[in-house]
Design a protein around this ligand. Structure first.
Ligand code: PEP
Length: 256
């Protein structure tokens, strides 16, 4: 983390878990377990149907609500889609874009990811743009090239003035939901590479200000070490965010 130049953001990704009827109890426990949040921003990214209940439950505290997906289209005949403007209208602040599960299971290409990033920014949402390599890519030594390409393609058409509102999440696919975490230095190396790509596209001032999260089996035991790295500015947390006490412990690590 480097709080002098950028925000630390801890975001939970509930994926397709939890029920609307469980939100209130979760929110009550999270509030009771987390101390005063001073040094970081917190968000919970939940399935669409739970968003109104989450907004209500976290109305009077500093926990923001995010979605896990957004349409690349503005409005119209796109059955089943949810637009960025509809999310913003509800009071949503963040949206996860290009998660590896959406890329792998729902055919999201770099082109679609880029269109979603632009749609989110146009509506005033903060996109959390996910990039990450497979185990095979890591073993073949092409992690840097792959991540650089994903970042460049996702940011295509994003003007410099909007770039400060973009968060990048480095999520090695081999670490997601596997219990296998990148070491702190592996995570920092790739996050620092991502910052170098942003520097080459937008210059040093903007690169210095962009929040770059790590995601992939981050939990209460490894969060402090990962977050102590200079280029790791927060976490995108799946499994460990489902338990409010575990999530609160990660928030506490970021709050130090
Ligand atoms: C994720 O899906 O974004 C994620 C990081 O999941 P987990 O923490 O469970 O590995």
């Amino acid at each position: 983390m480097n709080r002098k130049y950028r925000k630390t953001v801890i975001a939970g990704n509930w994926k397709m878990n939890m029920l609307t009827s469980e939100v209130k109890a979760y929110a009550d426990t999270l509030r009771a377990s987390s101390g005063k949040v001073r040094h970081c921003e917190i968000a919970i990214c939940a399935p669409f149907v739970m968003l109104p209940r989450l907004i209500k439950s976290f109305r009077d505290c500093r926990i923001a609500v995010g979605a896990q997906n957004v349409s690349d289209k503005d409005a119209g005949a796109y059955t089943g889609e949810v637009s960025a403007a509809q999310l913003r209208d509800l009071g949503i602040k963040y949206v996860i874009v290009g998660h590896s599960e959406r890329r792998a299971y729902y055919g999201e290409t770099d082109e679609i990811v880029s269109a979603k990033v632009r749609a989110a920014l146009a509506a005033g949402l903060i996109p959390i743009v996910c990039v990450g390599e497979t185990l095979e890519q890591r073993e073949r030594g092409v992690t840097e090239e792959h991540i650089s390409m994903q970042v460049k393609l996702a940011l295509g058409g994003v003007p410099a003035e909007k770039m400060r509102r973009v968060i990048i999440a480095y999520e090695p696919i081999w670490a997601i939901g596997t219990g296998r975490t990148a070491t702190a230095s592996e995570a920092n190396e790739v996050c620092s590479r991502i910052r170098a790509v942003i520097r080459s596209l937008y210059g040093a001032r903007i690169a210095r200000a962009v929040t770059i999260q790590y995601g992939g089996s981050m939990n209460a035991s490894n969060a402090a070490e990962l977050l102590s790295m200079p280029d790791v500015d927060g976490g995108l947390i799946g499994g460990a965010s489902l338990d409010p006490e575990h999530f609160a412990a990660i928030i506490e690590a970021a709050n130090q």
